[in-house]
Design a protein around this ligand. Structure first.
Ligand SMILES: Nc1ncnc2c1ncn2[C@@H]1O[C@H](COP(=O)(O)OP(=O)(O)OP(=O)(O)O)[C@@H](O)[C@H]1O
Length: 316
């Protein structure tokens, strides 16, 4: 994998800040279930189980709900039929030729991935999988084709004009993310690039509350925020890399070889964690580790040499 771009993504471009007047607490208490998320709906069942902080509205907007109401006076409850809209990330006819070269690394790639599902791309080394992830994350631009979000009604009808996928709604964790850790403590690593200016206080508070949730959701609560990230075990380093992205509350999280280089226990732990994350957001993963991920996969594609993508079941 050739990572020429900032591996921490475009959100993280400033040095570490530590001078907030509201110190971060690793022990702050957050109630279990947010009213915001309850209100957001029984349809998507997208309860954020660890935090109560309302997150900014996502590109998916508000899902409609299916619920029951009492029919007249305590007669049998009748279902109120309401449709469940959904969104899909769409890649249409995307080709890519790196500037200054004459070879297409990707040719006419098509892919749709339903929100809150797990998609896996597999294929031989050098076929172009990482290149595709970089395009989806907005780190390079396709030579042709488009990448957008489409909203559908429950019967599959398009109900809105497609919207370009905003790179800030996409999180990406590169292969061996621990190689890009830059700070001396876990806290500094996660807060790398947060705003330092006084007028950034509100944003820092929001980020701090999301940090609490992210740390909890990846199972890092037992780790001291003062610890050197390089001293963490392989599995915990991956958790930290995931937490860094989750603070940004992406709608789509892209992972390049999330299990590479881990021992069997850490692989199982990370796979379990991804299963949890799938309840909250959409995951698109490139991996050679098909066995460990097979129970999570909703859709899979094979990338062929020459950069063509084919929908295909996992070959196991
Ligand atoms: N900017 C570039 N210019 C020219 N060739 C490139 C460029 N970026 C990547 N390549 C080449 O494109 C091919 C696909 O690379 P890519 O990293 O996307 O493959 P991959 O399927 O992710 O491989 P792996 O599974 O080994 O990570 C490789 O042969 C790589 O050398």
């Amino acid at each position: 994998m050739d990572v020429k771009s900032n591996p921490r993504g475009r959100h993280l471009t400033h040095p570490i800040f530590t001078n907030s007047t509201e110190p971060l607490s690793s022990t702050g208490h957050f109630p279990c279930l947010s009213l915001v998320h309850i209100a957001r709906g029984l349809c998507a069942l997208s309860f954020h189980q660890m935090g109560s902080v309302p997150l900014p509205s996502s590109i998916f907007g508000r899902p409609s709900s299916t619920f029951f109401y009492p029919h007249q006076h305590f007669r049998k409850a009748q279902p109120l039929s309401v449709s469940c809209d959904y969104s899909s990330f769409e890649i249409r006819d995307v080709s890519y030729r790196p500037p200054g070269t004459k070879i297409d690394l990707l040719s006419q790639v098509n892919l749709s991935i339903h929100e809150k599902s797990f998609g896996l791309i597999f294929g031989r080394s050098g076929s172009g999988k990482t290149t595709l992830l970089q395009l989806i994350a907005g780190l390079s631009k396709p030579t042709s084709g488009s990448i957008y979000v489409q909203r559908y009604s429950d019967d599959g009808e398009k109900i809105k004009s497609p919207e370009p996928l905003q790179p800030e709604r996409v999180g990406i964790v590169f292969q061996f993310p621990e190689r890009y850790f830059v700070a001396d403590t876990v806290l500094d690593e996660v807060t790398f690039g947060w705003p330092r200016q006084k007028d950034g206080l509100q944003l820092r508070e929001l980020l701090a509350s999301r940090l609490q949730k992210a740390i909890t959701s990846v199972g890092l609560t037992g780790v001291s925020l003062d610890k050197d990230p390089h001293s963490l075990s392989g599995g915990y380093k991956r958790r930290l890399a995931l937490a860094i992205q989750l603070v940004q509350t992406p709608d789509l999280l892209i992972l390049d070889e999330p299990l590479a280089g881990l021992d069997w226990k850490a692989r199982a732990d990370v796979a379990k964690l991804l299963k949890q994350l799938k309840k909250e957001l959409t995951l698109l993963v490139v991996s050679h580790d098909l066995k460990e991920l097979t129970s999570l996969v909703d859709q899979s594609w094979r990338m062929e040499m020459g950069g063509a993508l084919k929908r295909e079941p996992l070959p196991i």
